[in-house]
Design a protein around this ligand. Structure first.
Ligand SMILES: Cc1cc2nc3c(=O)[nH]c(=O)nc-3n(C[C@H](O)[C@H](O)[C@H](O)COP(=O)(O)OP(=O)(O)OC[C@H]3O[C@@H](n4cnc5c(N)ncnc54)[C@H](O)[C@@H]3O)c2cc1C
Ligand SMILES: NC(=O)c1ccc[n+]([C@@H]2O[C@H](COP(=O)([O-])OP(=O)(O)OC[C@H]3O[C@@H](n4cnc5c(N)ncnc54)[C@H](O)[C@@H]3O)[C@@H](O)[C@H]2O)c1
Length: 457
């Protein structure tokens, strides 16, 4: 069997791992990065996650009412596929062209703490390394519902972003990020969408008024949202699936050409041989790490979704900064440095959040002030009217004792950009009054802060 030794071995071509591989390779270290699939160079985000979903959502928003749904959808999927192919090729090239970096296509598994076997078909390669970084991402959870796992109509987000055939009817299990983004996007392409959520409401982590505003917009678009739904079984008929569920003591059935599971993603550790390397995992199956992202083996780190942290591309990127700091810097950076990490659910308009919800702030005993306004009523934000997207609301949660911004929920056009300004302000101690009285360009969405932050009560 062939063998090789490297300074750094990265398992999985995700955001954090590829960034580290490039950084260390450019410093002249011998690096190997292993990716199990030649259609995944660059990882989940660019191939089957953030980028294709946001591209499809963009195309859905560009549709005119008289556009034929079938052609529009096919064109959107094809143009998205061209985009992901180009990004994948660029990602591969960015590492492949660094002299000391070797990209290996195959599946990796630890055989002992310092040795990893890579297999591709009948080929085997043994790689030993001084440092190993596990970056294998996460995979969809398929709930144990009778008939679901064997249904011919079961789909994951990965299947859907590559499928040019638009289902006429879709049932989505789960009303989290994935469920709501796909619901809005498919609905805009003309699909009849039913979302079955087990919890009492959509986006259970958000304030009730915010989640309610998102639900109202989706319902207005024609999405059927069922909360408190216990999915009891799936049966395949000749040309569709029947999804059975129980809500408020009643047994109901929804019919679908595709059943999308959007019930969370779990760290991808199956078959990695973590036991052979004596690398500990958590109760949820994530690779256990300390605040420096070191595993129970001091020379092995885990970055990105696989370490059980928040599942966002920019967290995987930040993980790579922490490990990079361990490998070539002062080694002081940790996950505890993270403050006010924002996120966006790409519904239309998008919902962006940072910091505490109003509920959390009250539970934590702050002297809570709330500044809130419906987008349609913000006179100082003509941008919403210019682009014809006046739905949504802006809400700030403030500490009236210190004038600090504790959190924000921005359900509005451009909020995926706005939230970064609020997060930066929170991190650097900019007060609510300063944020309110700052000079913003016109016409922009940010200038809404002048008006909304003046409504504090
Ligand atoms: C549909 C969808 C939409 C999303 N939208 C957003 C968004 O808008 N914004 C955002 O920030 N996040 C979004 N996310 C989450 C984001 O994609 C992930 O958090 C991020 O990609 C995780 O990156 P990672 O570095 O952990 O690894 P990944 O990018 O997941 O890479 C892991 C790689 O490891 C490979 N691998 C696994 N096991 C092995 C093995 N044994 N051997 C070799 N290779 C292996 C896999 O093939 C994969 O390529 C979305 C996710 C999904 C599914
Ligand atoms: N815009 C983004 O940043 C973005 C977009 C998509 C995905 N992601 C990432 O991917 C991860 C996975 O997303 P997700 O939406 O699948 O997970 P999620 O955890 O956000 O939501 C899952 C939802 O499914 C519900 N659920 C669980 N089991 C169920 C069942 N049996 N029947 C009905 N409902 C059920 C839960 O109550 C929850 O509301 C997220 O944690 C997120 O970090 C991010």
């Amino acid at each position: 069997m062939e063998t090789m030794h490297v300074d750094l071995l990265v398992i999985g071509f995700g955001k954090g791992g590829k960034t580290l591989a490039g950084r260390m390779g450019r410093l002249g270290r011998r690096v190997a990065i292993v990716e199990q699939s030649d259609s995944m160079y660059g990882g989940t985000c660019i191939n089957v996650g953030c980028v294709p979903t946001k591209a499809l959502i963009h195309h859905a928003g560009e549709r005119r009412p008289d556009d034929p749904p079938e052609a529009g959808f096919r064109d959107a999927v094809h143009s998205t596929t061209r985009l992901t192919e180009a990004l994948r090729a660029k990602n591969f090239e960015m590492l492949d062209t660094v002299d000391s970096v070797t990209v290996i296509t195959g599946r990796a598994r630890f055989v002992d703490p310092k040795t990893v076997e890579v297999s591709a078909g009948t080929d085997r390669l043994l790689v030993t390394a001084d440092t190993v970084v596990v970056n294998t991402g996460a995979e969809p959870v398929v709930p144990d519902v009778p008939g679901l796992r064997t249904s011919a109509y079961l789909r994951t987000s990965t299947d859907l972003v590559r499928d040019p055939l638009r289902p006429a009817r879709m049932v989505i299990l789960g009303a989290g990020y994935l469920g709501l983004e796909f619901a809005g996007m498919y609905r805009a392409f003309g699909t009849e969408v039913t979302v079955l959520e087990a919890g009492a409401r959509v986006l259970p982590r958000e304030d009730e008024d915010v989640a309610g505003a998102v639900a109202a917009v989706l319902a207005d678009e024609g999405v059927t949202l069922v909360t408190g739904a216990a999915v009891t079984g799936v049966t395949d008929a000749a040309d569709h699936a029947a999804v059975h569920y129980r809500v408020d003591g009643r047994d109901l059935t929804a019919h679908a050409d595709a059943v999308l599971v959007a019930t969370g993603r779990r760290p991808a550790t199956a078959g990695l041989g973590l036991e052979a390397a004596e690398i500990r995992t958590t109760e949820t199956g994530a690779v256990a790490v300390d605040e420096y992202l070191r595993t129970s083996q001091p020379h092995v780190f885990a970055v990105g979704d696989v370490n059980g942290g928040p599942q966002y591309t920019y967290i995987s990127l930040d993980d790579s900064r922490i490990v990079g700091d361990q490998l070539t810097g002062p080694g002081t950076r940790t996950t505890r440095d993270r403050e006010a990490v924002p996120y966006t659910v790409f519904t239309t308009p998008p919902l962006s959040r940072v910091g505490l919800t109003e509920r959390q702030a009250r539970e934590q005993g702050y002297a809570v002030g709330v500044a809130e306004k419906a987008v349609a009523e913000i006179a100082a934000m003509p941008r919403a009217k210019i682009v014809g997207e006046t739905r949504g609301l802006m809400k700030f949660v403030l500490d009236t004792a210190t004038d600090r911004v504790l959190g924000a929920a921005l359900f509005s056009v451009d909020s995926q950009e706005l939230v970064n300004t609020v997060a930066l302000a929170m991190r650097h101690g900019v007060t609510a009054t300063e944020l309110r009285d700052a000079i913003y360009t016109h016409p922009s969405s940010t200038e809404a802060f002048n008006e909304v932050l003046a409504t504090v009560r």
